[in-house]
Design a protein around this ligand. Structure first.
Ligand SMILES: *Cc1c(COP(=O)(O)O)cnc(C)c1O
Ligand code: SF4
Length: 527
């Protein structure tokens, strides 16, 4: 509470020091005195009448606020408007009697309102920029529909094919020749994309392609789906075999005692240019034999510490419904497995895949043991009315839908872009969960990496300005997920950061993004 040496009791009600200060200020002879106009006098009369007859707080605040404003403009004291001090004191008493929390006129007007105004200023720049700098797919929907019509005509697709998953996969774009017919590609890029797609898989669903804005340089959807020359130029070093360190059983990756992943497929509806699982995705689609899953399930069955199983890939929703149903039922049948997760990007790359049968399967299994669906959305542009509707349906049938975003240069590495992403995700029934610093392990995407500090500044800027449950945890992946809290960032040796694993205390060296590459203006489709 504030100091109380400046209080006054009126009609048994104490006026606090904020209110007394306000009344004293108003009573001071105005400096520079320009007499109030007739119009201003009438205005105050009307406001005073409203304040005297009201049973609401706002008319009283409005009167005091206007008196203060006129006083500051040198237009005189309340007396000059025909109001005496005891009238105002009575109104002040009335205000705090009406207010459920006994907030005083002075407190609300001279403390709370300026504090709220200064908080508002923190988001002004964001609000002014968010829809032009980082439009969501919901805001850009009309343009996406134009793209869709053009792409459908070009590929000879009808609505039925567009709206079915087999239709999207049958018409998926995997050659630069077809891609060049659908989106604006700088001619200089065609050759390098053709070259890079000899080494890296490209596959865009027609739907995901429709999210690319024609003419936009470094469109965030294009950057995520169309491989650029940098991937081959960067790839001097062999991809380290992550799985070898962490795969104690067929299809299984395990970093932790209580949670593991089953890499249930190597397929994805769309292949991301920043994919951490590049090595695992391989060169062509594979359908795994049932024995492979059985061996993974046997490992889980034999290890009763494991309580949380993550079915991932590739993309878990690429699997047929019957396979998802079977895998979930098997996991539900293991007593020590208490929760499940499914990793999928399909709600943003091919949302039409999520049919009622799949939703029924998810709900039935969720009723036995909680399911979380973990997705990956990296830019607000990936969220359209269609994907939002799919997330709404999934969130109704499961425990939670969570987002794991990757911090990517040019895609979401500014406050405005990341705030907009997290708010749009949140408004689409999905909770931001992790934000990954783009890993150093795959040299192919060094050009996408963002320095640790840039990411930390972005995440810290969200506190107090974004709903708490829309703020992701910032993570480095280095043999497990290391939260990038200050306490885990031990020191810096040149461009390497020494990180401490919270669960073991082990220190690991984590190469930060190359500051020169990060500062390089020449980037991807800019070239
Ligand atoms: C990400 C991941 C997990 C899950 O980690 P959480 O922190 O529980 O989300 C488990 N196993 C592996 C191999 C992972 O990559
Ligand atoms: S959806 Fe996931 S696994 Fe598939 S390509 Fe993208 S990042 Fe890799």
């Amino acid at each position: 509470m504030h100091c109380n040496n400046n209080q006054k009791t009126v009609n048994g009600e104490t006026l606090d020091s904020f209110t007394m200060d306000l009344l004293n200020t108003l009573a001071q002879p105005a400096t520079g005195a320009a007499a109030p106009s007739t119009q201003e006098r009438e205005e105050i009369n009307t406001l005073a009448d409203k304040a005297n007859t009201t049973q609401l707080t706002t008319p009283i605040i409005t009167l005091f606020a206007r008196l203060l404003e006129l006083h500051r403009a040198g237009k005189g004291t309340p007396g000059d408007f025909g109001l005496n001090l005891s009238d105002l004191e009575k109104l002040a008493v009335k205000h705090q009697r009406i207010d459920e929390h006994m907030v005083s006129v002075g407190g609300r007007l001279t403390r709370a309102r300026p504090i709220a105004a200064s908080a508002n200023r923190r988001v002004d720049a964001y609000l002014a920029a968010k829809d032009s700098i980082a439009p969501s797919g919901i805001e850009a929907w009309d343009r996406i529909l134009e793209n869709k019509a053009r792409i459908m005509a070009e590929l000879g697709m009808d609505e039925a094919a567009w709206n079915s998953f087999p239709g999207q996969i049958r018409h998926a774009i995997d050659s630069v020749a077809v891609l060049a017919r659908l989106i604006d590609l700088p001619p200089a890029q065609l050759e390098s994309i053709a070259k890079v797609t000899q080494s890296y898989r490209m596959r865009l669903t027609p739907y995901y392609t429709s999210l690319i804005m024609p003419g936009a340089i470094n469109d965030p959807i294009m950057l995520q789906s169309v491989p650029t020359g940098e991937m081959v130029e960067n790839a001097g070093i062999e991809i380290p075999p992550v799985a070898a360190d962490h795969s104690p059983a067929r299809l299984v990756d395990q970093f932790y005692p209580r949670v593991l992943t089953i890499k249930a497929t190597n397929m994805c509806a769309m292949f991301c240019t920043h994919c951490l699982r590049l090595a695992h995705i391989g060169r062509k689609d594979q359908v795994y034999a049932k024995e492979a899953y059985t061996e993974a399930l046997d490992y889980i069955r034999a290890n009763d510490r494991i309580r949380d199983v993550l079915i991932t890939g590739g993309d878990a929703f690429v699997l047929p419904n019957s396979m998802i149903e079977w895998l979930l039922a098997e996991l539900d049948g293991i007593d020590h497995v208490r929760l499940k997760r499914l990793g999928t990007r399909i709600p943003v790359t091919a949302p039409m895949r999520v049919d009622d049968e799949l939703l029924d399967i998810l709900e039935a299994s969720n009723d036995r043991k909680p399911i979380r669906v973990v997705t990956q959305i990296n830019t607000a542009q990936e969220i359209t009315p269609v994907s939002r509707e799919v997330f709404r349906r999934i969130s109704k049938r499961t425990f939670a839908v969570l987002n794991q975003a990757v911090l990517l240069k040019g895609i979401n590495d500014t406050r405005v872009k990341m705030w907009k992403l997290c708010e749009t995700v949140h408004e689409s029934y999905v909770r931001p969960y992790y934000l990954f610093n783009c890993s150093y392990r795959n040299p192919q995407f060094a050009h996408f990496r963002v320095p640790l500090e840039v990411g930390r500044d972005i995440v810290e800027s969200m506190y107090g300005n974004i709903s708490g449950d829309a703020i992701p945890r910032y993570i480095a992946t280095a043999g497990g997920k290391i939260p990038l809290h200050r306490s885990n960032v031990v020191s810096r040796e040149g461009n390497d950061v020494i990180l401490k694993k919270p669960w073991s205390g082990e220190e690991v060296s984590y190469p930060d993004a190359d500051p020169e590459i990060y500062a390089n203006e020449l980037f991807a489709f800019n070239r």
